[in-house]
Design a protein around this ligand. Structure first.
Ligand code: SF4
Length: 473
């Protein structure tokens, strides 16, 4: 059946990247508009295999051009229910990436697609070919889908008309988990869809923690595991609660070991700085620790500027992705900002000091009221010094931590012999990946006159195999 297409279809093309030079057209993405949406419908409302295109087709698009792009699929089947929509929607990302010469990034209304020149040269000239290939994969890989039809839209007015409806659907899905919490269920759900490019990724979806791609919540995971228990979404029995504050469970740790092939054996679901959740690369937002103010900033994919640490989203995403547990950076789904357990082990919202204006506006109602004007954006500050001043001026709660830390430092100065042997303050060594340019919190080196050099490491995680200290002759 795959022979009918003028392109190859295989999971081996999943990691294919189409750069600007090799691109025939760009669809949706940060400089245009688009979305993907799957809706469950009654059997009689779906015409199996039907394809509709609203707007110009691929063959009518000039080389190097950019277009709006929306994909709407209707699915039906005896076992099909609304909870499965997100799961099927997420597979659109995977299946489009199976197509040689096609690159699909992100999800929901953040989708970004490129079609390569080579693929067009070999005969890919219509969106119908792509839609038919994806529909074939949906039915082959997800047997609960008995009927599927697709509508693709490349007309800007129509995309704009329909995108609000899609956003309302995403919102309604996200809100379903609001009344349900980690402690109310016995089972979490795992997902291995990103394992092809992030082999040690351990993706755990709980009522209080949406997936980092933002596309799969606890209900979605449950529905998927029910219809296809051998599929990429599966149940994770919670096991014993080891630490409520950071969200550490024995069942999650066991799965972490299994899924990461022994690379990680602890995951704290609601922690930023200690045994954080792994980050695959699909995250909607990346958090970054700012040692100079002992706080956390967040930057999303849509922000093209530079965060106060001098880095852009793409650089930080590069540091964070690949399925690693990276202390100092954390990928999350936007909906995790709405969780009552949002990084609670590290102070929750009281630790957040910066985010881009557009992201802040998106989640404004979910930021605790007393903090809304205390979180800076790119319009308030451009660098760390300005951020520090902003936080002081706004009396952000983070400054209380500075006072406590300064007091601790003073105590240490009064007891130099204890400070020289910093066992109590040192975290136990942990095998964690540290980004190359990440500086542990408030690392300071001071010339100590006749006393030598004193090094203070605060909230630092240090891994050492061996230390040799020798007296210099
Ligand atoms: S980020 Fe997690 S939930 Fe989302 S597709 Fe990847 S593995 Fe699955």
């Amino acid at each position: 059946m795959a022979d009918e297409f003028p392109f190859e279809i295989s999971p081996m093309f999943e990691g294919e990247r189409i750069r600007k030079e090799g691109m025939h057209v760009e669809l949706a993405g940060p400089k245009s508009k688009g979305f993907e949406l799957v809706r469950a419908a009654p059997m009689e409302e779906v015409e199996d295999g039907r394809f509709t295109l609203i707007g110009p087709d691929l063959k009518d698009m000039e080389e190097g051009s950019r277009h709006p792009f929306a994909m709407v699929y209707k699915i039906a089947g005896e076992l099909v229910e609304a909870d499965l929509e997100s799961i099927v929607e997420r597979r659109n990302h995977e299946f489009q990436n199976y197509i040689q010469g096609m690159m699909h990034l992100n999800q929901r209304d953040d989708v970004w697609i490129r079609i390569g020149k080579e693929a067009v040269g070999k005969g890919m000239n219509s969106f119908e070919q792509i839609a038919k290939a994806v529909m074939m994969l949906f039915k082959n890989e997800l047997p609960f889908i008995e009927k599927v039809e697709a509508t693709y839209i490349t007309d800007m007015a129509e995309v704009e008309k329909q995108v609000d409806n899609a956003r309302a659907v995403y919102k309604a899905r996200d809100e379903r988990t609001r009344g349900l919490h980690d402690e109310d269920v016995d089972t979490f759900y795992g997902c291995t869809l990103c394992a092809s490019f992030a082999p040690t990724n351990v993706c755990v979806v709980t009522p209080d923690r949406i997936s980092l791609c933002g596309a799969i919540n606890w209900f979605d995971g449950r529905a998927a595991a029910k219809v296809d228990p051998e599929g990429p979404q599966f149940a994770i029995p919670k096991g014993e609660l080891l630490d409520a504050e950071s969200g550490e469970y024995s069942g999650v740790n066991e799965f972490a070991k299994k899924l990461s092939s022994g690379e990680y054996d602890r995951i704290k679901l609601h922690s930023f700085l200690e045994y954080p959740h792994t980050s695959c690369g699909c995250f909607e937002v990346v958090g970054f620790y700012i040692p100079e103010v002992d706080a956390i900033g967040w930057v999303d994919r849509d922000f093209a500027g530079t965060a106060p640490n001098g880095l852009q989203f793409s650089t930080m995403a590069g540091q964070t992705g690949g399925g690693k547990q990276v202390v100092g950076f954390l990928g999350i789904g936007i909906n995790y900002f709405r969780s009552p357990k949002f990084i609670q082990a590290d102070g929750g919202w009281n630790r957040v000091v910066w985010m881009p204006k557009m992201l802040k506006e998106k989640i404004f109602q979910d930021i605790p009221e007393d903090l809304r004007d205390k979180i800076a954006t790119e319009e308030d500050v451009k660098d760390i010094e300005a951020l520090r001043n902003f936080l002081k001026e706004k009396k952000h709660p983070i400054i209380e931590r500075w006072v406590e830390e300064e007091a601790e430092e003073e105590v240490k100065e009064e007891a130099p012999t204890q400070a020289a042997v910093p066992q109590a303050g040192f975290a136990a060594p942990q095998m964690m990946q540290m980004p190359a340019n990440f500086m542990p919190s408030a690392m300071q080196m001071m010339g100590g006159g006749s006393g030598g050099v004193r090094i203070i490491l605060k909230n630092a995680k240090v891994t050492v195999d061996k230390i040799i200290i020798q007296k210099q002759d």
